[in-house]
Design a protein around this ligand. Structure first.
Ligand code: ADP
Length: 296
């Protein structure tokens, strides 16, 4: 084993001991390189399998927020997520220990079951409005979740404008693009319907929807908040989309309002802006194309 692997092995062992007590020997482990900056490992012990994620201490608070997100979704009993077993810091790195989702073959009903379960998650609402009682992250980007009784205003201020302001500050977009966004903000209330707040996963692309031991869905890596559920369904279409049985079952359980397809690009401006801020200007042409389509 190289010195680096040896150090990582000891780091993983210490985390497991800190959170699970006596662990015996590690029977097997497999590294994963998560989204952008996290390292992860799947560890097999005699007592079971665990999944640990950690970062280099550069996004402190991120896994604290992720553990709260997972606990919040678990508390709804609508859609499975891995149980959190520990969150903390070791050697100035933040880590998250959770139950490992063993992979299995997809059941035939996977997509329809997923659609129904997501609809039930979205039927979880609150009288506090759109937002959440703590801030969290999408990837490494911060999500400010100040409560707002107006869902459309929350989407404009806390999702689009926050990312546009960040991009402007870091000179990833110019003043002219910012002004175009200002025009769009004025137009959005006549396009997006104000639905009741829905608890959404917040980062629902295929990489975050796993197949569990029952052949059914388990969600990982949530960036949840109470928001516009259409934003979540729009997001699922971004990287290839889910199977049609998913959308049919969702729609039957919680009908989507008319005109949704015309609103999809508008909602997806949010994840695109997050990509501009995290990964660079390569995503700007897609942003500009959407701006043009709504303003010209
Ligand atoms: P990141 O936050 O770095 O994007 P993710 O949480 O998305 O990391 O995890 C990266 C990958 O690791 C997922 O796409 C999934 O394949 C796998 N994974 C995540 N959580 C678990 C888990 N609890 N059990 C098994 N595999 C997992």
């Amino acid at each position: 084993m190289s010195q680096q692997s040896q150090e990582q092995y000891q780091f993983i062992e210490s985390i497991l001991r800190q959170n699970l007590g006596e662990i015996g020997t590690i029977e097997d482990f497999q590294f994963f390189y998560g989204g952008n900056f996290n390292l992860a490992v799947r560890v097999k012990l005699a007592q079971g399998e665990y999944f640990i994620k950690w970062n280099q201490g550069d996004h402190l608070g991120l896994f604290q927020a992720e553990s709260k997100n997972l606990a919040l979704i678990a508390s709804t009993n609508t859609i499975p997520v891995p149980q959190v077993l520990g969150v903390g810091q070791l050697d100035e790195k933040e880590y998250l220990v959770m139950e490992c989702i063993p992979s299995a073959e997809k059941k035939e009903s996977y997509w329809s079951d997923f659609g129904i379960k997501l609809a039930h998650l979205h039927q979880t609402t609150t009288s506090l409005g759109h937002g959440l009682d703590y801030d969290n992250f999408i990837g490494a980007a911060k999500q400010v979740n100040t409560w707002n009784l107006q869902g459309v205003d929350f989407f404009i201020q806390n999702r689009l404008k926050y990312q546009v302001d960040t991009a402007l500050y870091h000179r990833k977009i110019d003043g002219a693009t910012n002004e175009t966004f200002e025009k769009l903000y004025d137009k959005i209330p006549s396009i997006i319907p104000n639905e009741q707040p829905a608890l959404i996963h917040g980062d629902l692309w295929s990489g975050n929807a796993m197949v569990n031991q029952h052949g059914l869905v388990s969600l990982v890596d949530p960036s949840c908040y109470f928001g516009l559920r259409e934003a979540e369904i729009a997001f699922t279409t971004m990287f290839g989309g889910f199977e049609k049985e998913f959308y049919e079952a969702y729609h039957e359980a919680f009908p989507i309002l008319k005109g949704f397809h015309e609103r999809i690009p508008l909602y997806n401006l949010y994840p695109l802006l997050v990509h501009v801020n995290l990964f660079g200007e390569g995503y700007l042409p897609a942003v500009n194309k959407i701006l043009d389509s709504y303003l010209n």
